[in-house]
Design a protein around this ligand. Structure first.
Ligand code: BTN
Length: 254
């Protein structure tokens, strides 16, 4: 692997409940080196955002958790971990697919879409001390060779479904580690405006009016104008007022 530290220590588990849960438990109990990657062929209780389940066919996709120790990052800047993880997956897909017929986007906060269908999801879990982050687990699920999805996953896709080809998962995991390391080092060097710019560049629906559902299940429209420093989605509403929403407060309708 062409990296300095991410993926140098690679732990493969045939089956595990969730690589994120496993990594968080490991971190609570032993001193794990930064860059350690846990990956598996079979997650029996894969976890998604908002408490959802993340399901994936056995041995066909990427289900990995990468351990980072961004102690340099203030608590207020936690969302940068979401940004760089999404950008890493975005870059990985751009490299692999290198063809303009694919429209690759980051859907706030950090889903990755190809041609408006979800190909990857990210679940980040952090452990904080008083003033800083002690460690973070970046859980990435990327659909690679799975070519059938249930009716509940009708908006899901995989590399194989969109390109017609099967991919070597080891190669993809290596590339993913390289891309994440590249963005993580940029973050460490405080290149935050570059990260902000690129994240916005890739953002699904930017400057477009989209439909959302709020906490009370009420539907409304809003134009996506930005993502705030702390990761909230900034919308311009129909009365032209501007409001920020946390991930728990809003859901895309599609
Ligand atoms: C989402 O889109 O809701 C996030 C999905 C994250 C799935 C990955 S797979 C590896 C890691 N382990 C988990 O239990 N979840 C993440």
């Amino acid at each position: 692997m062409e990296t300095l530290f991410i993926g140098k220590n690679l732990l493969f588990l045939h089956d595990v409940e969730s690589t994120n849960t496993y990594a968080m438990n490991l971190l609570r109990n032993v001193n794990v080196i930064e860059g350690t990657v846990i990956h598996t062929d079979n997650q029996t209780k894969g976890r998604g955002q908002r408490g959802a389940l993340w399901t994936s066919n056995i041995g066909q996709n990427i289900a990995s958790s990468i351990i980072l120790k961004p102690t340099f990052l203030g608590i207020d800047n936690t969302f940068y971990l979401s940004k760089i993880s999404a950008l890493a997956v975005y870059d990985l897909l751009t490299d692999i697919l290198h063809n303009s017929q694919y429209d690759i986007k980051i859907k706030w906060p950090n889903d990755i879409l190809v041609n408006q269908q979800k190909i990857a999801g990210i679940l980040i879990e952090n452990n904080f001390s008083n003033t800083a982050i002690q460690y973070s687990v970046i859980g990435i699920g990327l659909n690679v060779n799975q070519d059938t999805f249930s009716e509940f996953e009708r908006l899901a896709t995989s590399l194989k479904l969109i390109s017609g080809k099967a991919f070597d998962r080891e190669l993809i995991l290596n590339l993913l580690c390289e891309k994440l390391e590249k963005w993580y080092l940029k973050l460490k060097q405080q290149k935050t405006s570059l990260i902000d710019k690129q994240y916005l560049n890739c953002l699904f629906g930017l400057n477009k009016t989209m439909s959302f559902k709020d906490l009370n299940d009420l539907y409304f429209d809003g134009k996506i104008i930005d993502v705030s420093k702390n990761g909230k989605l900034r919308l311009e509403l129909s009365d032209l007022s501007i409001k920020e929403y946390d991930i728990k407060e809003i859901k895309f309708l599609a």
